[in-house]
Design a protein around this ligand. Sequence first.
Ligand code: TEU
Length: 512
Amino acid sequence: MTPAQTWWRTAVVYQVWPRSFADSGGDGVGDIRGVIDHLDHLADLGVDAVWLSPVYPSPGVDGGYDVSDYQDVDPLFGSLADLDGLIAGLHERGMRLVMDMVLNHTSDQHPWFSEHPAFYVFRDQPANDWSSVFSGPAWEARDARYYLHTFAREQPDLDWENPAVRTKIHDLLGWWLERGVDGFRFDVISMVSKDLEHGTPLGFGPRLHEFLHEVHGVTGEVMTVGEMPGVTVEQADLVTDPARDELDMVFTFEHVGLDQGVTKWDHRPLHLPVLKACMARWQAMPHGWNSLYWSNHDQPRSVSRFGDDGQHRVASAKALATTLHLHRGTPFVYQGEELGMTNAHFAALKDYRDVESLRYADEAREQGQESDAILEALGRTSRDNARTPMLWNDGPQRGFTTGEPWIPLPVSTVPGAAEQRTDPSSVLAHYRALIALRHSEPAVAHGDFRLLLGEDVRLWAFTRTYEDQTLLVVANWSVDTIEPDLDQTGELLLGPPGTTLGPWESRVVRTG
Ligand code: TEU
C-alpha cells in the first residue's frame, strides 16, 4: 500500500459529536457552521482528520444514530452546503473528513421502513430471546409481525442478507465519496451479519467478511474504521489485514469493558496490570492495525474514569494521553479530551438526555433501585458524561452557545480552550506536543511495542523500537511518587526531567 493509501497510520483523528461541539446559531445545539468556526482549533492541535458523528436527518431518539435520510443534513445541524463548506475548510487546512455511517439500522421514520419492509429483519414470531442494548426485548410487533431492533425500537435493523439492501448501501457510500469525504466510520458494523438462531446481538455472523469485502470494493483506498463491540484480537487481525481488503482498523471495546461487571452499570475496580496486558495483546496483532482511544461519545470521560478528575486532573489527563498516544496504532481524540474535560457531575436525573441513560433509570427504578444509586451509576458511566457542551472559554455558557444549551454544562472548573491555548503547562499544550511527536518521530507510528514491568500496579512502562531508535515511555498511574527501576538515560522528548515520577507524571525518553 502506498503512503497516500495509509496516511492514517501516522495520523491522529479528532471526533466531533456535533450536537455539543459548537453552536453558531444560538439555538443551544451545536451545528456544522460551529465546527467550521473552530477549524483553527483543530489545525492548531495538529490533528489530521475529523470523524464527524451523524448530522443526517433524524428524529434524534439516539443522538442522531437513528437516521431517516442518509443523503442530507438535518436542519438542526445546517445544510448539505454547510457540509460541503466543512469538507472544503478541512481540505484547505490539510485535514480530512471521516463520515459516520450507521448501516446496521435506520430510524423507523426512514421511508424504507414503511415502503420496503423486506429491507428489515421481520419474522412472524421473535426468532430469539435477544435483549436490546437499550433495555427490553429486541423484537417489536408491527403489522402482525415482529421486527428486530438491536438498539431502540425506533432503530429497526437492516437485513444485509437482502442484496437490495447492500446495493442501496454501496450506492450511499459512493455518493458520499463523490462529495469528497476521505473515509468512513462504520457504526456497529460487526452486527450486519447476524446468526438469529445460534448467535448474539453482537453479530459476527457467517457472512461478515464477505459483506466487508464487498464494501471495500466501493470504498477502495479511503480510510475505514469499523466499530465492533465484542471483537477479539484474532477477529480484528483478520478484518484489518491489508491483504484481505476489508477494513483498515476497528474500534475494540475490550479495554473499556474491564471496569464493568455483568452490565456497564455494574462497576468493578480496574487492576492496572490487567489493562496493561489487554493493550499489550492488541499491540501484538501480526497483520492488522489498531485504533487507539480512551474516550468517545459513548464512554465516560477518561480523566474521571481512569485518571483523577480532582487534585491531579491535569497531570493524569497528560499521563493518559502519553500512554495512549505512544502505543502503536491511530489515536482518536474525542472533543474535550484535549482539554482534560471531566464527567458531567450532574446532580439530578432531569439533567440526563441519552436514551440509554433514561431507559436504564426506568428499568432500575422498576427493579426497586434507589434514586441515589441510579444517579451514582449514571454519574460514573453514562454516555451523557461525554455529551456535555465543549468548553471553548471561561465566558457565558463557556463559549458553546449564546442560547440555552440543549444539555447542561458539566459541573467543571476546567479552563476553556482559549485559556489553555496560551498556557504551555495545559492539557491542550500536551496533546499538541504528543501529536507533533507522532508526526516527527517514525518510532511513534511504526515502532515495535514491548511492555515493561507488566505486573507493576502503579507504573505503565513500555518501549517502542524502530530501526536504530528506541523510545522509553514511563507513566505513573498513581498518586504516589515513584522511582522506576528502569534506565531512563537518554534524550527527554516529553515530560518532566529527572528519573522520579510525581503523582500521575509521565515522560518519553529517546534511549537509543
Ligand atoms: O454504539 C454501539 C455500542 O455498542 C454502544 O452503544 C455501546 O454498546 C453502548 O454505548 C454502551 O454504553 C454505536 C454508537 O456509537 C452509539 O452512539 C449508538 O447508540 C449505537 O451504535 C446505535 O447506533
